[in-house]
Design a protein around this ligand. Sequence first.
Ligand code: GAR
Length: 194
Amino acid sequence: MKKQRLALFVSGTGSNALNIATYFWQHHSIEIGLLVSNNATSPALRAFEKMLVPCVVIDNTQAADGKFLIDLCLSHSIDHVVLAGYLRLIPASFIHVFSDRIFNIHPALLPKFGGKGMFGNRVHTAVLEAGDTESGITIHLVNEHFDEGRTLAQFHCSVNENDTVESLRMKVQALEHAHYPEVIEQSLHKDTHV
Ligand code: GAR
């Protein structure tokens, strides 16, 4: 059986991408076929190169070029795309080709604290400033609008008065690492009835 091939897109540290790659290492039906980063200094690049996963660094022009990204993914036989802290808007033509096959993770309970410019610690700062008593993660499919595609799963954590941006970030990251790979796996298995 041909394995389902994932492309991982990152902009930052890439801890989710590494966690996903570890989860699917020697998996029976899913493999990582490509890492794409729009940040040449992402530590994920060296780690994925060591795992012999093809890595491609893209610039802002390429990130906005749907045809470039489609050709890149198709040339690596990619079936599904996983955004893991990738902060550029995905071009509409790319979403059209990979319709319902692009996953994203957001570090809050959408639709709260989402949209353009809401990423990383900005999200946690907004949650703390709003005085919310819970936060969490949303795993969703990607459409043309930032953080608005169909929700696949949400997981919650508490927020208390002693929390700081850093402590909340750690709680949310623990949820991301615990759940993102298995939500991807379940969603792909549903697609292929494996
Ligand atoms: C993650 O917390 C992810 O949810 C967030 O960026 C972080 C990347 O961390 N994504 C967004 O904020 C998207 N709006 P990582 O590079 O260590 O995986």
